[in-house]
Ligand binder design. Sequence first.
Ligand code: NAD
Length: 542
Amino acid sequence: MPKGFFNVPKAVNEPVKSYIPNSPEKAAVLAAYKKMWNETIDVPMYIGSSEVRTGNTRTMSAPHDHKHIVGTYHLGEAQHVTQAIDAALEARKKWANMPWEHRAGIFLKAAELIAGPYRARINAATMIAQSKTIFQAEIDAACELIDFLRYNVQFMTQIYSDQPASVSDIWNRVEYRPLEGFVYAITPFNFTAIAANLPASAALMGNTVVWKPSDSQVFSAKVIIDVFKEAGVPDGVINVVFGDPVMITDIVLKHPDFAGVHYTGSTFVFKEIWKKIGENIHTYKTYPRIVGETGGKDFVLAHPSANVKQVVANTIRGAFEFQGQKCSAASRAYFPKSLWPAIKEEMGKELASIKMGSPEDFSNFVTAVIHEGSFDKLVSYIEQAKQDADAEILFGGNYDKSVGYFIQPTVILTTNPKYKTMETELFGPVLTVYIYEDADWAKTLELVDSTSEYALTGAIFSQDRYAIVEATQALQNSAGNFYINDKPTGAVVGMQPFGGARASGTNDKAGSMQNLLRWVSPRTIKETFVTPADYRYPFLGE
Ligand code: NAD
């Protein structure tokens, strides 16, 4: 038990390194890239203290060079899921009672390992198997993950120090117990930081976890596992299973000790998970916590007063960085007719300067999309737009999967504000643009608000403060993260707590105190010092 009210180091955001030519960080990450590219690793499942190899393996490759294999990982069966749950429940006996400062010490150490000795490796892994440019890898796998770990430790202490009032003869206390049972973390391919944070945040609060990473992120997940092990996360606290997601999820959600799910991924999958939890509700010992951050159809809206160069630069960054595979990526844009000729010219010029290829070549701004399924889906939307009377391909529209899954940054212009690609999340480098009449600004605000089921991020560009006020008001439910004169991507932990509403998720704001509160179940303790020994109150007297 703690013998002091300890202060944790004040959380500071990890500075983003520049990777300019001849910098030591550039040399280090390229050396790590080459080394990892030329090895093949074999990734087991991690269940309790065991590394489990089933021999039923799947390969891992680079999306930008898909024939190049960088490793294999082992798929589990039903019994492995059950073993992982058992290992989590066994580990909980000790972990839930681990003094908080030691849990903090482990995850603060993990942050420093990533900031230092593991930085090049975790970035290189993210470049190789998720095809991120070095900048995209650095802001995700290194900086965002470090920030999650540091800030969450600070938020944990803020939660613990939130205590009720007491009086001299009655001392009231609240202790923030971990959930009774285990937590299930299901993570997406697109952010290494999210993959690590979903199991780690629940574990930091004293829970034990079964973690199912995305099949397309196992390569960098291995680095996360190595970091957690070196930082001292005990066996069984975070158990890692791979395999059929439906099979794994069905077993987990039928378990009586299932206490919560920490999910990030697409909306449909989350709704299915929620439905299954409902179906199993009579099985559980407690009401499970359901936390899910899901899809988006994120907008950019320019007012006639907007600065054209700013609109174009931020729309390009928002729509095409990491090939548009961010939940926050700009994928529908609304531009006023008066600015359209200038925006179109500037956008065409800028898009022509973008280079696409391997992330190992630092001059590439865009690389490949994650896998063949995604490539084929994006191509079908692009081809459909070429056919449809109410759409045209304005820029890009080319693609090639012979070496890597490359899709040229593509801009579709539509005359139909409800065109399919204005409403549906495509998750790739495809932006759809609708031109509105300047006089229809107010109507356009309604259109932006009502066009998609999502409400994750959105950006408005305006030099007119009245228009900014009007848009901020009219779009209050259209985005959980709303940007004024900035791109809709790139939220920073501790600065812009992240999450959306409507079909975009439960909006528990990853990287905030709110999220951590979902992983504890407070117990109130009232202690009375002078306990009454007579049931009669004074008013009963004659
Ligand atoms: P995905 O839905 O394909 O997969 C997410 C996870 O769910 C993976 O681990 C996958 O194996 C698992 N899964 C898939 N089908 C399942 C099923 N039937 N039952 C249980 N688990 C299942 O998503 P993805 O392609 O990895 O990631 C992209 C999606 O994630 C996009 O929709 C994006 O908007 C969303 N996302 C949202 C946020 C956010 O903070 N809102 C952040 C990142 C990604």
